[in-house]
Ligand binder design. Structure first.
Ligand SMILES: CC(C)(COP(=O)(O)OP(=O)(O)OC[C@H]1O[C@@H](n2cnc3c(N)ncnc32)[C@H](O)[C@@H]1OP(=O)(O)O)[C@@H](O)C(=O)NCCC(=O)NCCS
Length: 148
């Protein structure tokens, strides 16, 4: 259900701190971003414990309504775990979270932001395209370095 933008005048985006872990992971879960083979607590702790990454939280007054993870590996910037709670979607919150990620990366000299989207996630593909992100002609490979 869309809500008018003026209801988000109080939106505030800040870096997540350790006590935000449960509220952030609850947002990931409600947005369908967690997977049985990934440990969200470990993902959150790793991101907060590393100089090159952050988790951002968007709050409307005191209520967490959106979140995203951003990291710079020294070559490219990567964006993960973007989620906006369903009642707050289509009001520009994810766009603001992405802008905050881009500003964070730009401030560190990062020349390009990248992200991965599951092919079946048409909503996210539509969202990133609307923000000017372009589909890259690559295949992503991965190999686990630790047992899940
Ligand atoms: C994808 C997601 C983060 C978008 O959040 P949002 O706050 O609703 O996005 P915004 O309101 O900032 O949208 C900005 C623009 O993106 C586009 N957009 C957003 N959602 C869209 C959708 N479902 N389909 C097509 N385009 C979309 C529109 O152009 C929109 O502008 P408009 O509302 O003026 O038309 C949200 O749908 C979500 O949390 N989804 C579940 C989690 C997810 O899939 N995350 C991405 C993982 S890769």
């Amino acid at each position: 259900m869309s809500r008018p933008l003026q209801e988000h005048e109080a939106l505030h985006i800040a870096e997540a701190q350790a006590p935000d872990r449960d509220v952030v992971i609850a947002l990931w879960r409600r947005a369908g971003l967690t997977r049985p083979w990934n440990d969200p607590d470990a993902d959150f702790d790793l991101a907060l414990g590393h100089e090159g990454s952050r988790v951002l939280v968007a709050r409307e007054r005191d209520l967490a309504v959106g979140t995203v993870m951003v990291g710079f590996d020294g070559h490219r910037g990567w964006i993960y775990y973007l989620a906006v709670d369903e009642p707050y979607r289509r009001t520009g919150i994810a766009r603001k979270l992405m802008r905050a990620c881009e500003e964070w990366l730009t401030a560190r000299g990062c020349p390009k932001a990248q992200l991965m989207v599951r092919l079946e996630n048409e909503a996210a593909i539509g969202f990133y395209a609307a923000l000017g992100y372009e589909k890259q002609d690559v295949v992503t490979f991965g190999r686990r370095l630790q047992a899940p």
